[in-house]
Design a protein around this ligand. Structure first.
Ligand SMILES: *[C@@H]1O[C@H](CO)[C@@H](O)[C@H](O)[C@H]1NC(C)=O
Length: 915
């Protein structure tokens, strides 16, 4: 009231006379004074009550930083108040992400509460009915806890509620009918529980509903047929339930729908034609249902559509050409339906299309030449259809193609020589067709081919081109069931990554090259040929004139990492990253003697001879004993970290000095073959001085092992600082320290980029902290020594650490400077949120980056994202954190070109610091 009385008086002053004004002023003064007394008294009481309530809450929850004697409760973490000191009430309580547990009943006493966020804690047991008393509540978020039992009917009393999130708990039973009175509801989320029964019809009457998510439950029955009729529904996500019946056309009625996810239900009927009303519709996922009928021609009006997935249904008719109107379409998956006809010519207009998946239908005709207009196509899967015609020689004009699946069709003619231009191809399947002619030697140019090459069940003849031996990353090769003749070229021993091979049912002869993967294959891989011999078949006479030189392999492990994925970072839960780790022991003996902890005597017996070694820093030469370094790395008890490329050991020198030793895992004799090159690089790196980079101080090389020496840093890694110490009770919020760590890492990386070094494994585990918490970025040698572009290793498939891998990596398979910026952005988010880059708590397929970028869609504020233990300490910290969050969002942009350069990142963060 006092507030109200001021503003009108200013307007009135323009037409009231002076005496009138004076009289009014006096009258008001009296009124205000009286009112002030009353209000003040009442509010002081309210304030006391609030304090008592908070103390009671804290007795249960033990919130760190609460209950300090004499302190104003409005300054306690997570609390936002109404009113001034002394007469304040709690308006907002945000205690998310605090590992809290305990009885919540006392919260019901905070009767002015408007926002209550208890998400991501450890609360269990039933949701307290008393929460129904918080009649001013606008937002209630209890998601990501372990609440059990039914949704209390009492929540129906929260008449002002606009956002209710009960997702990711263990709630059972039906959605209670009492919630029908929540007429203001805009966001209603109950996903990932064990809810059963029907979706109540009244959900269709909620006039403000924008977001409805009830996915991953056991709901059955129908989707309410009025859903969206009265409201502007923007997001509907009901996947993984047992819902039946049709997709109601009402959900498209307002035309505001942006995201529709109904995958994994039992839905029947057709796709409503008014889907075309929705010009903002970006994502449609209705796969794995029982939908029937044809695709609506109106789909082309949904011009924002980027993702359409309707696989595994009973859809019929043609693949409609009107999809070509959706010029932003990045993924179209219509696999496993009953589509007939051919691929529309117009699809060539889809220049954003990255994945076209039409497998397992009854499609026929040729591959239209116009398809090369899809210049971003990365996956073309037409397998299991009746496509005929020839493989167009222009197919590789789609230069981003990584997956080409044409198996199980009726393709004729020869494989064009131009296939050698598909430089990005990871997997090629042309099996089970009627292809003729020879295998073009150009396939051997496809250096990126690594998952599989399948040419089986065709009519190919002629000899195997020796060029295939250059495919040193290829894991699976199947040329079986053709008419291939001649011998297996000895060059095939160059296929160092092979694990699965099949040469069976051809006309091959001569010896099987003596090469591990061949000998370890079953006989069946070679059967049905004219005359193959030698291991694993019967022995040869030795008269074939092919040299039997033993191929020396001292490699104890081969790590093949294949990352398959779609780069559609726009959609959560879309990107599928399959990490395929195949670890093989080639020489078991070598492996055994290395891993079995040797006894003292054995140790001296088997101690390897040092082939090369040096200490770069003059005044450390005396203190470092290279023999002692080697000995230390033979003991598992000295091991500190096992990393992607290396293990880290702590080595105590006889002089008392402690050094950190990084042991590079041997790969393909890289170290032996490139020893002098490595030494030169190491020496160069040791001179490349920057205070935020961890440079080598020396090295030792023996056998196929390189040990890199570093200063020992006492404060562990950034991962440990962020994720291990934080749960401790005496956690000390220190944003300035975190900010200067962020800046230091950025400076180190900016320097690396300045000298044109791309880091291959940026993660918080590779940021080490010295005794003053100065960060030093480690693993820089790896980037130099194993840089695939320099031909020093065949590990270009190694992407770095999980959670830090930029989305474009899935189709470029190359680590770039913008990719580094992305990984850095992940570290910055880690610093701001104290969350791990990958955490089950984010939901399926969601990592830290997606979780943060998705906050606005979920209606969450930045406060719900930042580590509240820091952001609630002071306004200054909060402001700085918000500015740093902006930088992190830029760095993790899904489009590499939009990310800032590291130099710019440093500047922006320095501005944040100066305020
Ligand atoms: C190659 O394709 C054929 C026919 O499509 C299939 O039967 C075979 O399993 C495939 N080979 C491998 C190694 O996957």
């Amino acid at each position: 009231m006092r507030n109200l009385s001021r503003n009108p008086s200013m307007e009135w002053s323009s037409w009231l006379t002076f005496p009138q004004l004076c009289a009014l002023a006096v009258a008001w003064a009296v009124m205000i004074l009286m009112e002030f007394e009353l209000v003040n008294g009442a509010q002081a009481q309210a304030s006391d009550r609030t304090r008592t309530a908070l103390v009671a809450i804290n007795e249960e929850l033990r919130v760190s930083g609460w209950g300090i004697e004499g302190s104003d409760f409005c300054s306690w973490t997570g609390i936002t108040c109404h009113g001034d000191n002394g007469n304040s009430t709690v308006k907002k309580l945000n205690l998310s992400h605090r590992s809290l547990t305990g009885n919540l009943t006392a919260i019901a006493q905070l009767d002015s509460l408007e926002i209550l966020d208890l998400s991501s804690n450890e609360f269990h047991g039933p949701i307290p009915l008393e929460l129904g008393k918080l009649s001013s509540l606008v937002l209630l978020d209890l998601s990501f806890n372990k609440f059990e039992g039914p949704i209390p009917r009492e929540l129906g009393r929260l008449k002002s509620l606009r956002s209710l999130n009960l997702s990711s708990n263990l709630l059972v039973g039906e959605i209670p009918d009492e919630l029908r009175s929540l007429e203001e509801l805009e966001e209603f989320q109950v996903s990932s529980n064990v809810l059963s029964g029907h979706i109540p019809l009244w959900v269709g009457n909620l006039i403000s509903l924008r977001v409805f998510a009830a996915y991953e439950n056991e709901l059955d029955g129908l989707i309410p047929d009025k859903l969206g009729s009265f409201s502007a529904l923007e997001m509907l996500n009901l996947h993984s339930n047992q819902l039946g019946g049709p997709i109601p056309s009402s959900i498209f009625a307002s035309g505001k729908l942006e995201v529709l996810i109904l995958t994994q239900n039992n839905l029947t009927g057709g796709i409503p034609a008014n889907i075309g009303n929705c010009t903002r519709l970006s994502s449609v996922r209705i796969g794995n249902n029982r939908l029937t009928g044809a695709l609506p021609l109106t789909i082309g009006n949904a011009s924002s559509l980027t993702y359409f997935e309707a696989d595994n249904n009973n859809l019929l008719g043609e693949v409609v050409s009107s999809f070509a109107g959706c010029f932003n379409l990045t993924l179209l998956n219509l696999a496993s339906n009953g589509f007939t006809g051919s691929i529309p010519m117009e699809f060539g207009n889809l220049s954003s299309l990255q994945e076209l998946i039409l497998s397992s239908n009854n499609l026929s005709g040729g591959i239209p030449l116009s398809i090369i207009g899809c210049k971003n196509l990365n996956k073309l899967d037409l397998s299991y259809n009746r496509f005929n015609g020839t493989l167009p020689k222009e197919i590789c004009n789609m230069s981003r193609l990584q997956f080409l699946f044409l198996g199980h069709n009726s393709m004729r003619g020869e494989i064009p020589h131009e296939i050698g231009n598909c430089m990005k191809l990871l997997e090629l399947d042309l099996g089970s067709n009627y292809l003729t002619g020879m295998i073009p030697p150009e396939i051997g140019h496809l250096k990126s081919l690594q998952i599989s090459l399948n040419l089986s069940f065709n009519h190919l003849h002629g000899s195997l081109p020796p060029e295939l031996g250059r495919l040193d990353k290829l894991v699976s090769l199947d040329v079986s069931n053709n008419q291939l003749s001649g011998t297996i070229p000895p060059e095939f021993r160059g296929m160092l990554s092979l694990i699965e091979i099949d040469f069976s049912n051809n006309l091959l002869m001569g010896p099987v090259p003596s090469f591990g993967p061949f000998q370890k294959s079953p006989n069946s891989s070679f059967l049905g040929n004219r005359g193959l011999c030698g291991e694993p078949l019967t022995s040869c006479e030795g008269s074939f004139g092919i040299d039997h030189e033993d191929y020396h392999h001292r490699v104890s492990y081969r790590i093949i990492l294949a990352v398959i994925g779609s780069g559609l970072a726009v959609f959560t839960s879309v990107t599928i990253v399959v990490l395929l780790f195949m670890v093989r022991e080639r020489q078991e003996k070598v492996a055994k003697s290395k891993s079995a902890g040797p006894t003292e005597e054995e140790e001296t017996d088997t101690r390897p001879t040092i082939e090369a070694g040096n200490v770069f820093i003059d005044n450390l030469r005396q203190a470092i004993d290279l023999e002692a370094v080697v000995t230390a790395t033979l003991k598992d008890s000295n091991k500190l970290i096992t990393g992607t490329f290396s293990s880290v050991y702590k080595a105590a020198m006889p002089s008392g000095l402690i050094v950190l030793v990084k042991k590079l895992k041997s790969m393909d004799r890289t170290i032996v073959h490139h020893q002098s090159k490595m030494i030169r690089e190491l020496e160069r790196l040791s001179k490349l001085s920057h205070e935020n980079l961890m440079q080598p101080i020396g090295f030792v090389i023996y056998e196929d092992v390189a040990l890199l020496l570093h200063h020992y840093l006492s404060n562990g890694t950034l991962t440990q600082l962020l994720h291990e110490s934080c749960k401790e009770i005496d956690y000390e919020p220190d944003w300035p320290r975190r900010l200067s760590i962020a800046i230091g890492v950025a400076e180190g990386l900016a320097f690396l980029h300045h000298v044109a070094v791309i880091h291959l494994d940026i993660s918080s585990a590779n940021v080490l902290l010295d005794s003053n918490y100065k960060p030093l970025l480690g693993e820089i040698e790896i980037s130099k020594l194993l840089d695939p572009s320099r031909g020093t290793a065949s590990i270009s498939a190694v992407a770095g650490s999980f959670g830090y891998i930029p989305p474009e990596y899935a189709y470029t398979m190359q680590v770039t400077a913008p990719g580094n910026v992305y990984s850095y952005g992940v570290i910055l988010l880690e610093i701001l949120t104290t969350r791990l880059p990958v955490d089950e708590g984010f939901g399926e397929g969601v990592d830290l980056v997606k979780w943060v970028h998705g906050a606005p869609t979920r209606g969450e504020t930045p406060e719900q994202i930042l580590d509240a233990r820091l952001s609630t300490v002071s306004f200054a910290w909060r402001r700085e954190m918000l500015s740093a969050l902006k930088v992190a969002l830029l760095c993790t942009d899904s489009t590499p070109a939009k990310r800032p350069k590291m130099k710019k990142v440093v500047e922006m963060l320095q501005e944040v610091k100066q305020g």
